[in-house]
Ligand binder design. Structure first.
Ligand code: UDP
Ligand code: MG
Length: 311
């Protein structure tokens, strides 16, 4: 029987100091198992010496491949490239900073062999993480679940195994602002969740700046829901109804001495309405922006070089 093949995808942005350790740890865990495998590093436009390190590592490693982007396209797009290029029967994605422990690989594959199509992970509350990070992460899931039509479990990052048939569905989805962790939930299949305690980042600092995190959160909401548009509609309706109620008051005031008094309340209402209208326009704008990006049909990423033979 032909040996099954596993693809391990490492998205990496300025992780030159971590890559040798991560790659060695993946080998250590995979070599013990009866699978053929490949490791694919997606170098997401790193500005450090990642490429030198990767080329050096590839020299004496026939299981190691790389995809180099022409610039930084972001983690989700890097992940998409990894899926697109991988050739395995199952595809495992993990971070390249050792926070996703490679010792979990055997457990993933065990569950895969049991017949699960997707084995995903839930990060357990880590007391070592900065409080700020834990708080923002909890809020992130709460907001996404409130505003979108999918239910994401807290702590489910891009550390998971996907069977070829599940991965193929994601690969087939076109677009340049994919929110893969939402898609994975959305596509269904037989899924199994494992809790894990993340290790500490080996070196360097987080590449998810507040800006990137915000953009990811907005992406998550816009990709899976038109709820914000509904909220805009309903609150617009309520505010209009309230202003109707104020009409009799204005009418009565017209015939009384108080007529010239309402400047302060007027300015408050006008200011509030103006702000609210801009807010609603902004929400609509975000959706139009997505349509705009989709119609441009730009690729999700641009590959500068790779040592993976083209299919
Ligand atoms: N990453 C990437 N492109 C980016 C940002 C991050 O490929 O634009 C990679 C990064 O190198 C890491 C993974 O995505 O392997 C997760 O990022 P990070 O560890 O910085 O996030 P955190 O674990 O702090 O949430
Ligand atoms: Mg990390």
């Amino acid at each position: 029987m032909k040996q099954k093949k596993v693809s391990v995808i490492l998205c990496s942005y300025n992780e030159a100091t971590n890559l040798p350790t991560v790659v060695a740890a993946v080998h250590e865990n995979m070599d013990k198992l009866p699978y053929d495998y490949e490791i694919i590093i997606v170098n997401d436009g790193s500005s450090d010496n990642s490429m030198e390190v990767i080329e050096q590592l590839c020299k004496d490693d026939d299981k190691l491949y790389y995809i180099e982007f022409s610039r930084n396209f972001g983690h989700q797009n890097a992940l998409k490239a990894g899926l697109d290029y991988a050739t395995g029967d199952c595809l495992i994605s993990m971070d390249a900073d050792m926070q996703h422990p490679p010792r979990m690989l055997p457990r993933f594959l065990e569950k895969w062999e049991e017949g699960y199509d997707i084995v995903y992970t839930r990060r357990m509350e880590d007391q070592n993480l900065p409080k700020m990070k834990r708080k923002t992460s909890a809020w992130y899931y709460r907001i996404i679940n409130m505003l979108s039509d999918i239910e994401l479990e807290e702590g489910t990052a891009d550390f998971r195994l996907m069977d070829r048939k599940a991965a193929n569905v994601i690969i087939g989805i076109k677009g340049s602002s994919l929110f893969i962790r939402g898609l994975v939930k959305w596509i269904g299949f037989k899924q199994y969740g494992i809790d894990y305690m993340p290790d500490e980042r080996l070196s360097g600092s987080t590449k998810y700046t507040v800006k990137k995190m915000m953009s990811m959160a907005v992406q998550g909401i816009l990709s899976f829901s038109t709820k914000p548009l509904h909220i805009a509609l309903y609150s617009g309706f309520i505010i209009a109804a309230l202003s109707l109620l104020s009409m009799p008051y204005a009418f009565i005031s017209y015939f009384t001495d108080h007529y010239s008094n309402g400047w302060a309340s007027l300015i408050c209402v006008v200011g509030f309405l103006g702000g609210f209208q801009l807010f609603v326009l902004g929400i609509i704008g975000l959706y139009i922006g997505r349509i705009f990006n989709q119609t441009k049909n730009y690729p999700a990423y641009i590959v500068r070089s790779t040592n993976i033979p083209q299919k």
